[in-house]
Structures are given as C-alpha cells and as structure tokens.
Design a protein around this ligand. Structure first.
Ligand SMILES: C[S@@+](CC[C@H](N)C(=O)[O-])C[C@H]1O[C@@H](n2cnc3c(N)ncnc32)[C@H](O)[C@@H]1O
Length: 217
C-alpha cells in the first residue's frame, strides 16, 4: 500500500462532501496575510508552492499578489474545487494532484507554504516531507508552516489523546500536535527558524503554531 493511501482516501471523500469542516473555509488566515507582509518587507517575490492546498484559497491569494503559484494536493476532489475557485477569482495558478512525499517540481521555488497539512502526515513519513522541501525550495528560500500545536489549551480539548501527541479517528484520519522542538528537529541544521508564534484558529477551537523558516545556503 502507498504511504498516503488511507489519508488520501479520507481527504478525497471529505472534499466531495457538503459537510462543514474548518479547513473548508474560504477565509484567509490572518497569519497567512502577515506572512505575505513579511515577504513584501523582505522584498521576496517570485514563485510559491502550496503544499496540501485544499480548496486553493492561499494559492489563489498569493497568485493575486503577484507570485507564480503552484498548489498540490493528493485529493483530486480538492484540486477540482481549486480550479473552479481560481476561475471565479479570474486568476490562474497551476494546480496538480500530487503527494507531498514524492513531489519533485521542474523548478525550485522561492517560497513554500504548508497551512495545516504536516499535522496530517504520520511522523514516520516526516523524513520524506523534509526531502520534498529540500527538492523543491531554493537555497535562501522561505517556508511558512502552520499546524496544530501541542499547547496547554489544546491538551484541555475533549478529544485530545492526553498521553500521546497524535490521534487517529475511526476512518484512519491522522492528526498530530506539534511543538517548537518537533519542527526544529525536523528541519535541522540546513534551516533557521526566524519566527514562531501561536495563535487561535479563526475557524475552530484549536491553537495553531506558525513558523517562518529560512533554508540556509
Ligand atoms: C487541513 S487541509 C488544509 C488545506 C489548505 N492548506 C488550507 O489552508 O485550507 C490539509 C490538506 O492537505 C492535504 N494533504 C494531506 N497530506 C497530503 C500529502 N501527503 N500530499 C498532498 N496533500 C496532502 C489534504 O488532502 C488536505 O486538503
């Protein structure tokens, strides 16, 4: 079985259903807008890869703000939504059905964003995730990452597993809660975390941890 099979089947179904899920919102997170302002201040422009782009809202947002954008997601149903949304916003980022774990683009990107995807990737596959970042990001390029934090607040939530830092629901959907140290260890010495902070999700009761990470030469 492919490493992604259980998760991609779950997400494929989820994007086909009408059922509300926090990640189906069209609203851009304030933290994503803040990251865009950071890029502007640093005069960073060019190309951007959106990992696990979902309905493509962030891909469309950066494309409208003059980045050349590619959004990838392993759920075909999500990519179909992305294409519709981009068309109605009169913009044209590239969308591809692909897994992050083995994605290799023909170009290297100036910026990679991951908004809520890494926390659905099993920790045993995080090495492949990092390889994918190294394969697709330019030296000196930036990663923006946000995902569910292992914060005290999240530990008080009724569904939190308490003794573990991950949870699998009945249908095999995986979620992990990560700390600053998890991300520092994952990216290691080839990257520098320039900023990290926590914020309350706009669409769920969760606390989210955000990172600005620079790839070193
Ligand atoms: C919580 S949603 C977030 C969507 C979007 N980034 C946003 O901010 O709304 C996570 C997305 O990541 C995708 N995903 C999870 N693991 C993936 C993988 N290994 N490769 C590609 N996409 C993946 C899922 O299909 C889902 O659309």
């Amino acid at each position: 079985m492919n490493k992604d099979t259980i998760e991609s089947k779950y997400m494929e179904k989820s994007w086909k259903q009408e059922k509300h899920q926090a990640y189906k919102t069209e609203q851009i997170d304030k933290s994503v807008e803040e990251f865009y302002n950071f890029l502007k201040l640093k005069k960073i422009s060019g190309s951007l890869l959106d990992l696990g782009c979902g309905n493509g809202k962030n891909t469309v947002y950066f494309q409208k703000n003059e980045f050349y954008c590619v959004g990838i997601d392993f759920a075909k149903s999500a990519i179909e939504i992305c294409k519709k949304n981009a068309k109605s916003e009169k913009t044209n980022p590239k969308f591809e059905v692909a897994s992050i774990l083995n994605y290799k683009s023909k170009i290297k990107f100036d910026v990679i964003i991951d908004c809520g995807c890494l926390h659905h990737i099993r920790r045993s596959y995080w090495t492949e995730y990092k390889k994918s970042i190294l394969n697709n990001l330019k030296p000196d390029g930036y990663v923006y990452l946000h995902g569910i934090s292992d914060s005290k607040e999240n530990k008080k939530l009724p569904k939190h597993p308490k003794k573990r830092n991950w949870i699998i629901n009945k249908k095999g959907h995986y979620t992990t809660f990560f700390s600053y140290a998890d991300i520092k260890n994952l990216f290691g010495s080839k990257f520098r975390i320039e900023k990290n902070y926590e914020f309350k999700s706009q669409n769920s009761p969760l606390t989210v941890r955000a990172f600005y990470i620079k790839r070193l030469k």
